[in-house]
Write a protein that binds this ligand. Structure first.
Ligand SMILES: Nc1ncnc2c1ncn2[C@@H]1O[C@H](COP(=O)(O)OP(=O)(O)OP(=O)(O)O)[C@@H](O)[C@H]1O
Length: 240
């Protein structure tokens, strides 16, 4: 089967800084792929280029075989790629349920049957149904992250990119998040996740890709990649 996302030779320069130096990466339909690498290795830039936040300096991104390279973010979202940000994003002055309703107005037309046909069903899924009437701005941090996940899912993506979804979460919140993310492939949603927490990545991902200075240095089964001397080398003194 051809990959849901095929990235070839992707490059991104910021002035003199090479954030991506020609990355090839395939995301297979139905998997949860992890992207790891030291600080500044290009992980967020990779997501930003795939989602149209930044235009690449070179290379191509094919989504379900369609060239989406350099399209505007709304067009890429409409095509079926969802994104959660490192900073949880919601309209602070609006209610939790209202936020999900508004995100759902930008959903992709068609696609497979919707596992969460109403905003309330989506809030139930992420465990926030009791907080639907609260203003998003008063939510504790962990709940705000879960709302961020609900907002991304409301756009009905077939590929979801998660950027450090567990940053700032406690252990209980992290295991709740792991439980939710693991269910996504069963609902027809392929996942690509960035995180520094290798325990989390081991729980979530059967496959890891490793970036270092904007280049992919390893790609394969999680345990094999984490034992790869090249990978150990870039994390030397780090938190692996
Ligand atoms: N908007 C920008 N303007 C200039 N340089 C940038 C910009 N975004 C990223 N960079 C640079 O590109 C390189 C890759 O950064 P990026 O944020 O993609 O790394 P990362 O692997 O996500 O890091 P972290 O793990 O710290 O989030 C870094 O040198 C960074 O300083």
């Amino acid at each position: 089967m051809s990959p849901i996302l095929a990235i070839s030779g992707l490059g991104k320069q910021f002035g003199g800084v090479t954030a991506l130096a020609g990355v090839d990466l395939a995301v297979e339909e139905g998997e949860i792929l992890g992207v790891v690498g030291p600080n500044g290795s290009g992980k967020t830039t990779l997501f930003n280029v795939v989602t149209g936040v930044h235009k690449p300096s070179g290379g191509t991104v094919l989504f379900r075989g369609r060239d989406i390279t350099g399209l505007a973010p709304h067009a890429i979202s409409r095509a079926g790629i969802g994104y959660t940000f490192q900073q949880a994003m919601a309209f602070a002055g609006l209610g939790v349920l209202e936020n999900v309703q508004i995100a759902g107005e930008h959903r992709r037309a068609g696609g497979a049957a919707n596992p969460w046909p109403t905003p309330q069903a989506l809030l139930d899924f992420v465990g926030l149904s009791a907080l639907g009437g609260e203003k998003a701005g008063v939510l504790p941090f962990g709940s705000l992250r879960l709302l961020g996940l609900a907002l991304a899912l409301a756009t009905r993506p077939s590929l979801l990119l998660l950027d450090e979804p567990a940053a700032g979460l406690n252990d209980r919140e992290t295991s709740a998040l792991v439980g939710l993310v693991r269910q996504l492939p069963g609902h027809g949603i392929t996942v690509c996740v960035i995180d520094h927490d290798m325990k989390l990545m081991q729980m979530l991902c059967r496959r890891l890709a490793v970036l270092d200075f904007g280049s992919k240095i390893a790609d394969g089964p999680t345990e094999k990649v984490l034992a790869d001397p090249k990978v150990l080398d870039v994390y030397l003194g780090g938190d692996l």
